[in-house]
Design a protein around this ligand. Structure first.
Ligand code: SAH
Length: 346
């Protein structure tokens, strides 16, 4: 998107009403325009808006429609991975997954990431900029309109650290939930963070009943700091305190994500530490065999290792699931497609 142009998807309906007034247009046009942009339409397609009005708007604004730069469909399970072009030379990655209960979008919150987790493909490409609320919405609208579907669940688990883009993500959540827009229930939204404890507490105060997912990956401080630099700033005690506060405020069960890496965090000792760490907190552990990312040196675990770890947790009464991996054949995981597209351009 041309950076000089304002993205209309960044606006609430009330803000758009003000804007329309400022542009000297009748107020009822705001609702019409809002409906079009939420359908992923361009100004050209707004058939009930007079042409001169559209031309005038297009001089200052964009509809927020993201161009599809690349699209890959999994032959295994129909998962679709998108690379969207933000119009300023950046690519963002989003994934559309189909489950029995409907469509789920996994969206990115930033172009790149600053967090530097050593197992993650996104970290390898550095940080470029935050996404705006409209660019987060644009990913969902783009996938809805490309497939003529209605996405009902959203996970903020794509590229970027959402709590490092706090204000934009909060506005995005409000827009996502708004009856004027996509009308997606907060309960159908999950936000994943590497553990910015101060922001987790701030999020608890927003009182939004979304699901908070914590990328834990190691229950021992010195070891977690080696794979997740964020742990040097917010060690496990701080992180767990924040989780307790989040639970108290929202009464929502927390999900701890745990990517099993062979020989790194998959031992009996790790399971025992993990059990102790999360004791007494209403939560659920999601085990993920780590996706192998080239030049990280990390190796994934086999089924037996996953089962072994899982049963240790279960014996201690921990609620645990193993994440089903979708789109294995299309690099659907964790920033890998963007990374390969960026390196093609080198
Ligand atoms: N920054 C946020 C959200 C983006 S990452 C966070 O850290 O949670 C989304 C999830 O994918 C996180 O749980 C992250 O730790 C995990 N992840 C990253 N690289 C991975 C890999 N190679 N294998 C498995 N999970 C990975």
């Amino acid at each position: 998107m041309d950076t000089k142009l304002q993205n209309l998807l960044d606006y609430t309906l009330d803000e758009l009403k003000d804007l329309v007034k400022k542009e000297g247009l009748p107020a009822f046009r705001a609702k019409q325009i809002y409906q079009w942009i939420y359908q992923g339409k361009s100004f050209d397609e707004m058939s009930n808006i007079p042409k001169d009005m559209r031309t005038k708007l297009a001089e200052r604004y964009t509809t927020g429609k993201l161009k599809i730069f690349r699209k890959l469909t999994s032959a295994l399970d129909g998962t679709i991975k998108y690379l969207f072009d933000t119009g300023d030379g950046n690519l963002i990655e989003s994934v559309l997954m189909k489950y029995k209960y409907g469509y789920t979008a996994c969206i990115s919150s930033q172009v790149g990431c600053k967090m530097g987790c050593t197992f993650c493909a996104s970290a390898k490409c550095g940080f470029v900029r935050n996404l705006t609320p409209g660019e987060c919405l644009g990913q969902i609208i783009g996938m809805n309109s490309d497939n003529d579907i209605t996405i009902t669940r959203v996970v903020i688990m794509g590229i970027g650290e959402p709590l490092d883009n706090y204000d934009n993500i909060i506005k995005f959540l409000h827009l996502l939930n708004s009856g004027d827009g996509l009308n997606i229930s907060y309960r159908n939204v999950s936000l994943s963070t590497c553990g910015l404890a101060d922001k987790i507490i701030q999020l608890a105060e927003e009182n939004l009943p979304i699901t908070l997912c914590i990328s834990l990956h190691n229950p021992i401080d010195e070891q977690r700091s080696l794979i997740m630099p964020v742990n040097r700033k917010y060690a496990l005690d701080k992180l767990l305190d924040a989780c307790h506060i989040y639970k108290l405020r929202t009464n929502r069960r927390i999900t701890f994500e745990y990517a099993l890496i062979k020989g790194v965090n998959d031992s009996e000792e790790h399971a025992a530490h993990l059990i102790r760490l999360i004791k007494g907190i209403l939560c659920h552990v999601n085990l993920i065999p780590v996706n192998e990312v080239s030049d990280t040196g990390f190796v994934t675990v086999n089924k037996e290792a996953v089962e072994r770890f899982k049963s240790m947790l279960e014996k201690a009464g921990v609620n645990v699931t193993v994440r089903r991996s979708l789109g294995r054949d299309i690099e659907a995981a964790c920033g890998q497609l963007r990374r390969s597209a960026i390196s093609e351009g080198d």
